[in-house]
Design a protein around this ligand. Sequence first.
Ligand code: PRP
Length: 212
Amino acid sequence: MSEVLTVAMPKGRIFEEAVELLRKAGYRLPEEFDDSRKLIIDVEEENLRFILAKPMDVPTYVEHGVADIGVAGKDVMIEEERDVYEVLDLKISECYLAVAGLPGYEKKDINPKVASKYPNLAAQYFKEQGEQVEMIKLNGSIELAPLIGLADRIVDIVSTGRTLKENGLVEFETIVPITSRLIVNPVSYRMKDEQIDRMVERLSGVVDGVEA
Ligand code: PRP
């Protein structure tokens, strides 16, 4: 009997798509996955334990080895720079990171401020562009910042573009396309290699459109 694999799942918008992908790969996940407040869900028949975490925290759980595997957005991976393996592009939750602000914004030399949930990633981007900016870290509703004068520009996820549009903001530059990734703790990959490889195989079959 193989050991239990612990999988860190991101709560929120990626969750549903990740559950759907696992089900397509043949994992029998109970109804609890569709409507529950539980933070730990054991699926004994699959030998899996799921922990439901904030998306930004998934790589932390995996790096510390309390989860063997996790599902994390590329945005979070770039921001967090954790010591984990990225083993598979799950090609779900497609979106991109962009710089946005109020229409007609003109770059200013004195004290330009940028608000973001991704301060490291954004700071690196502006550095590469040769622009010095002051970063303001926010945890959500980033689009508020230019509207109320907290920052001139934002770096945030754009999915459908509705949030920008409905708040009268426009995109200035695209930074990087984003999808969710399967990540693995390096020690777990050595200790539970067969189980992990099997999961990667089953999921890649679905990602590439081949039945598991
Ligand atoms: C994300 C992101 C944007 C929005 C983009 O926020 O930060 O605000 O989604 O999606 P759209 O292009 O389809 O409108 P999320 O809903 O995850 O919540 P947050 O504001 O708390 O980060």
